[in-house]
Design a protein around this ligand. Structure first.
Ligand SMILES: Nc1ncnc2c1ncn2[C@@H]1O[C@H](COP(=O)(O)OP(=O)(O)OP(=O)(O)O)[C@@H](O)[C@H]1O
Length: 231
């Protein structure tokens, strides 16, 4: 369980308040999606949770032992191949599994390429394979599918869902795409504009395979989230 309690963050010697008293939880094998207006503080929130930002108010309590993350920038090592980039995070890991993950993210056949020879979307998928190979019990994803086309996005969403159900990995996912959130989330956290507060928290119990986004229930939920984002 990850518990975020009364989290606040101010940048620039107290001039820029970014997060204001944020509290929510991520349970084991749960997909929690955070959405909110541009610049409200979503990346800052993930950076605090991942330990990249250490000065903040409030508390982060976690019982997860391994945290994997994919940020907006892919942070691949340019001098390593795709396969080496993935294997680097778990050097004793099963190399067959690394190959399998690369195939699952659509990079089968590109194992010996270097990052500079990949497109932006391929680089991002390599970063996702690397995070999955790390074998974390919670995965932090910051708009990881932004540069992918529609078909690839759908495939990656399916993969995240499989990782959750098969590997029991919890996922904390930032996206601007409300349909993506409605398709995948067990819980959606909507943040206000900066300084971000929790404007709404919505639990979706319908199994992801049985969700109909055109149904009245999902349309109403979507309208509610949009209205909160527009406030
Ligand atoms: N290290 C930093 N120092 C000072 N200000 C920062 C720092 N990091 C982020 N900020 C500011 O904090 C605010 C929130 O930024 P953040 O990247 O967390 O927003 P976001 O919600 O992820 O945005 P987007 O949806 O556009 O990706 C912005 O005004 C940004 O300029």
């Amino acid at each position: 369980m990850l518990k975020i309690k009364h989290l606040s963050k101010v940048f620039n010697g107290k001039h820029l308040k970014v997060l204001d008293d944020i509290s929510f939880q991520v349970g084991p094998s749960e997909i929690v999606i955070v959405t909110g207006p541009s610049g409200c503080g979503k990346t800052t929130l993930l950076r605090i949770i991942s330990g990249n930002i250490t000065h903040f108010e409030g508390a982060i309590n976690t019982s997860f032992s391994k945290t994997g993350f994919v940020f907006q920038e892919d942070r691949l090592l340019e001098w390593k191949t795709v396969f080496e980039n993935v294997c680097l995070v778990a050097q004793d890991g099963n190399k067959e599994r690394a190959m399998e993950l690369l195939r699952e993210v659509g990079l089968g056949g590109f194992e010996s390429y270097h990052p500079k020879d990949l497109s932006g979307g391929m680089r991002q998928r390599c970063a996702i394979a690397r995070a999955l190979f790390y074998g974390s019990d919670i995965l932090l994803l910051d708009e990881p599918f932004r540069s992918l086309d529609h078909k690839l996005r759908q495939e990656m969403l399916k993969l995240v869902n499989e990782i959750k159900t098969e590997e029991k990995t919890a996922v904390l996912f930032v996206t601007h795409d409300i349909d993506e959130a409605l398709k995948l989330a067990d819980k959606i956290i909507v943040l206000t504009k900066r300084p971000a507060r929790v404007a709404g928290e919505f639990t979706i119990s319908t199994d992801t395979k049985r969700r109909n986004l055109d149904s009245c229930t999902f349309q109403k939920l979507k309208e509610k989230i949009i209205s909160l984002l527009e406030e």
